[in-house]
Ligand binder design. Structure first.
Ligand code: ATP
Ligand code: MG
Length: 248
């Protein structure tokens, strides 16, 4: 049975059809990438899956159970969490306190929240800064703190919304390594990114969204050679918009 399944997911905001009849399934242990031009509906699809928005139509199943319409808190309790595209840690709290919020209030009953939070900081290589405030962090470290926050909820499946966005080469490499470690620890990952090299290197399969619709799915190699995808996204303008060249 698929770990995550979306059936005919649709979301309209007034006149804007942000997600248009999207169906997919992801098996336990898989890492799947989601790409597409700006405004394609990627973040909205993630919000439908994690209960931030209720779909206009369609259904979401986690482990065979319908989770459509449940709150993000309840969905987290069932083991599915998402990072935020725009990272906003609590500035007045230390990194350990920030990660502890995930462990304590994320929805899953973690026995020793602070230990779990510290473990998560170790995992993302921020434990040496556990007692500092996030305003001292680089963009890459902030993204890793965001990953630690969701890791501390002890999830089965993690959705990453642009965790490699805006990073320099070294920071991107650190995130790619980290995603590899998270995969190895047995978690299922669904990630959005415009940084093609990072996304293609960690994903076993890639979905492509354009104008709210899934226009292609396949292995990274199949997607990179798909004419429609090259035209919609990987080719010239969209690639440049996203700060990456085709095949980057
Ligand atoms: N809360 C909202 N209210 C109204 N319109 C919205 C809302 N959220 C998203 N949209 C619209 O839905 C469409 C899809 O937006 P979304 O943020 O999902 O795109 P995206 O693929 O994540 O883009 P990006 O790559 O820039 O992050 C856009 O036209 C956007 O303006
Ligand atoms: Mg987005």
């Amino acid at each position: 049975m698929a770990l995550l399944e979306g059936k005919n997911l649709t979301k309209s905001f007034g006149g804007v059809l942000a997600v248009d009849d999207v169906s997919f399934s992801i098996e336990r242990g898989e890492t799947v990438g989601l790409i597409g031009p700006n405004g394609a509906g990627k973040s909205t699809l993630f919000r439908l899956i994690t209960g931030v928005h209720e779909p206009t139509e369609g259904h979401v199943f986690l482990n065979g159970d319908e989770i459509t319409g449940m709150s993000p808190h309840e969905i987290c309790h069932r083991g599915l969490v998402k990072t935020h595209q725009i990272v906003k840690p609590f500035e007045h709290m230390t990194l350990l306190e920030n990660a502890t919020v995930g462990a304590e209030f994320g929805g899953r009953e973690v026995d020793h929240p602070q230990e779990k939070a510290y473990e998560s900081l170790e995992f993302v290589d921020l434990d040496h800064l556990a007692h500092t405030k996030p305003d001292e962090l680089s963009v890459g470290a902030l993204k890793r703190l965001e990953i630690a926050r969701v890791l501390a909820t002890d999830p089965d499946m993690m959705l990453f919304d642009e965790v490699a966005g805006g990073l320099d080469t070294d920071e991107t490499e650190a995130i790619v390594d980290l995603i590899g470690d998270i995969k190895e620890s047995g978690k299922t990952i669904f990630l959005i990114d415009h940084v093609m090299r990072a996304l293609m290197s960690v994903s076993e399969r890639v979905f492509v969204l354009e104008n709210g619709q899934l226009i292609a799915r396949g292995t990274p190699e199949e997607i990179q050679n798909d004419q429609r995808v090259i035209e919609a996204y990987l080719g010239k303008s969209a690639g440049e918009d996203a700060g990456v060249a085709a095949g980057d």
